[in-house]
Design a protein around this ligand. Structure first.
Ligand code: ATP
Ligand code: MG
Length: 287
């Protein structure tokens, strides 16, 4: 990765690539959201499946360039929060603003443009099984940019190289290990140079060393490109490695019980649920 790449954003929050390469902004926010320090604002978000309320009145912000980890016990609503933040499910209440766009109020076109400004990596990696890695990554470039086939091919190759998969362009996803599939998914999520990346359990199912490599890749991307990241994980080692800040959810309150830098939460929180999580202690209920 080019360490010289600057991590600047223009007044519309779009990432500026000094080399003149593609940037999320060229096609992501042609309407232009107002300049904002916060890349993401979640205000009083309520999420429910039918009558079953999972999260109530959840509010937090993610600053541009920040890596925020959403943590908490199984079933507390981490994936639910992520899916509602990116507009996969309609909100039962509150609002989510991404790069200045209220995603619930946005029209189809504005929503589609906003979505192009962020990348999403779910646990499955979301690659098309019948397409090669190169084809998988070229797809969004063909769909959303006016790059020539040759340029799209070059960009896709560069993305694969960035995640350490140069030489695997013509492989099918099924021909890769789990860690390689995760990295290919990351390359695809980054195809359009999004200013924001959302991950759900990026290191689930990986061995500790592969997981640590993925953490390093995440940190490199954040530092080199200033990419804002929202990452759901309960892997403590990952949390200490990658998180600038942790937003911790708990089922008992249908929302946030703590937020702050991970080591600070570990060392200073007086909430036993938070301390138990950071010290890997079974909770009172489970004990
Ligand atoms: N599509 C859905 N329809 C109905 N209920 C759902 C749906 N998705 C999740 N839930 C419920 O919402 C609650 C929170 O689930 P969610 O997947 O958000 O938890 P999580 O914190 O991501 O857990 P894990 O760490 O196990 O992935 C659970 O009780 C789950 O059964
Ligand atoms: Mg989940």
């Amino acid at each position: 990765m080019d360490a010289e790449r600057r991590t600047e954003h223009d007044d519309k929050g779009r990432w500026i690539d000094p080399a003149g390469g593609i940037s999320g902004g060229e096609f992501a926010w042609s309407q232009g959201p107002p300049a904002a320090e916060a890349a993401i604002r979640v205000e009083n978000l309520t999420a429910a499946y039918g009558d079953n309320v999972i999260l109530r009145d959840v509010s937090f912000e993610v600053t541009r360039g920040e890596v925020v980890v959403i943590a908490g016990g199984s079933g507390c609503g981490k994936s639910t929060l992520l899916k509602h933040m990116i507009g996969l499910h309609p909100l039962a209440g509150g609002r989510v603003e991404i790069n200045g766009v209220d995603i619930a109020a946005a029209g189809d076109r504005e929503l589609s443009l906003t979505r192009q400004g962020f990348g999403v990596l779910f646990q499955s990696g979301a690659l098309f099984g019948s397409l090669t890695l190169l084809e998988n990554i070229t797809l969004p470039l063909n769909d959303f940019t006016s790059l020539s086939p040759r340029a799209a091919n070059l960009v896709a190759r560069a993305k694969l190289a960035m995640v350490g998969l140069a030489g695997y362009e013509n492989h099918l996803p099924s021909e890769l290990s789990g860690g390689m599939q995760k990295r290919a998914g990351l390359a695809r999520a980054m195809a359009l140079d999004p200013a924001i990346l959302f991950f759900d359990e990026p290191s689930a199912g990986l061995d500790p060393i592969t997981a640590a490599e993925l953490d390093r890749l995440i940190i490199r991307i954040n530092q080199a490109m200033g990419t804002t990241m929202v990452i759901v994980t309960h892997e403590l080692a990952s949390i200490y490695n990658i998180a600038h800040r942790v937003v911790m959810l708990d089922k008992s309150v249908l929302g946030i019980i703590a937020q702050g830098p991970p080591k600070e939460l570990r060392d200073t929180s007086s909430d036993p649920r938070v301390a138990d999580f950071f010290h890997r202690r079974p909770s009172q209920k489970q004990a």
